[in-house]
Design a protein around this ligand. Structure first.
Ligand SMILES: Cc1cc2nc3c(=O)[nH]c(=O)nc-3n(C[C@H](O)[C@H](O)[C@H](O)COP(=O)(O)O)c2cc1C
Length: 326
């Protein structure tokens, strides 16, 4: 067993949180499996309509009576979905992109607290960490630039200890590139109270993503991802100042670094991505993944991932203890 303050605050057995990766990449099967295994499963609510969120929450509750969470990206928060999750008394609310992006984290945290929920905020800079503390969140996620999807500017190795210094009593979870017990053990050594993983949980049978995306994650080696602004340009989404990390493929070889040119032919490029979706051609798709994809070599059930990450971290922490002599 590994017990940290994150277990106490989030009321979970193992200090492992599954990232709430939007409507498109999470569902009751994944969230329920992670929570049932003693971690914290989180339902992504970005783009998710209220009635669907309620239906998924009920399906999660059919799978487990343990705590789970919902995730909101604050600059794209849908009020109806948010109110529905509050009414459902979801135990944990997690947030991303708060005050630093001009969106009221303090109000969101207060409303979640009023509904009896515990709150988590994911930060990518020290300024965001300070705002999370001011907003009164219960736990913080420090997301390093190794992360898949929308990510921040700072490597986890320097961000994490600094955020731990700001967080005070609050547990800090490490995110970005962590996929196994080695990553969890390293994060604990840097002061984290646990880990949040996105990409590792994409490579599970419960993740609602295409087999070709999962196979691309398995095939990835070191250096297989790239961080760029082109993906949001193609989608037509606005996340000012934020880049997205995805696997390299034909699409990235053609467009990364050519943002200005791409803006002029966005619709054509988007149509190409949509054609690749229909043809199931991973070379033309946007395949979000973190740098940790290099270390993932099998699709494994989400509950097994939770147990194995903890087991491996335990073995490593016991082994490194033997280095201490005298
Ligand atoms: C496919 C994908 C979608 C994501 N969507 C969200 C999201 O909707 N909300 C959020 O807070 N973070 C989102 N993230 C970022 C995660 O919260 C987390 O920081 C990241 O997955 C950690 O890095 P890792 O993928 O290397 O584990 C997403 C990440 C991925 C890979």
């Amino acid at each position: 067993m590994i017990r940290t303050r994150a277990c106490e605050v989030l009321r979970i057995e193992h200090p492992i949180v599954q990232a709430g990766m939007s409507r498109w990449n999470t569902g009751a099967e994944l969230v329920g499996a992670v929570s049932a295994a003693g971690g914290l499963g989180v339902l992504g609510c970005l783009d998710r309509p209220a009635d669907e969120a309620v239906a998924e929450i009920r399906r999660i509750r059919e799978r487990t009576d343990r705590p789970f969470g919902v995730n909101f990206v604050l600059h794209r928060r849908d009020e109806e979905t948010f109110a529905a999750c509050l009414a459902e008394r979801v135990p944990v609310f997690s947030f991303f992109r708060g005050d630093a992006a001009g969106h009221d984290l303090t109000a969101a945290v207060a409303r979640a607290h009023d509904a009896g929920a515990v709150t988590i905020h994911q930060v990518t800079t020290l300024h965001e960490a300070e705002q999370a503390v001011t907003a009164g969140v219960d736990a913080i996620v420090a997301q390093g630039r190794e992360a898949g999807g929308h990510m921040g500017p700072i490597a986890l190795s320097s961000l994490l200890p600094a955020v731990v210094g700001i967080a005070g009593e609050r547990p800090v979870l490490a995110a970005g590139g962590i996929v196994d017990g080695r990553g969890l053990a390293a994060a604990l050594c840097l002061g984290a109270a646990g880990a949040l993983m996105g990409t590792r949980f994409l490579a599970t049978p419960e993740a609602p993503i295409t087999p070709s995306w999962q196979q691309a994650i398995l095939a990835a080696g070191p250096g297989a991802t790239v961080a760029s602004g082109i993906f949001d340009l193609i989608w037509g989404e606005e996340w000012p100042g934020v880049q997205v990390r995805a696997l390299r493929n034909r699409l990235t070889a053609e467009w990364v670094g050519r943002d200005a040119e791409l803006a002029g032919v966005r619709e054509e490029v988007l149509a190409g991505v949509q054609r690749a979706e229909q043809a199931n051609d991973p070379e033309g798709l946007i395949l979000l993944a973190g740098e940790g994809a290099a270390l993932i070599d099998a699709i494994r059930p989400a509950g097994e991932v939770v147990r194995d990450v903890i087991g491996e971290a335990e073995r490593i922490l016991r082994a490194v203890n033997a280095y201490v002599v005298g």
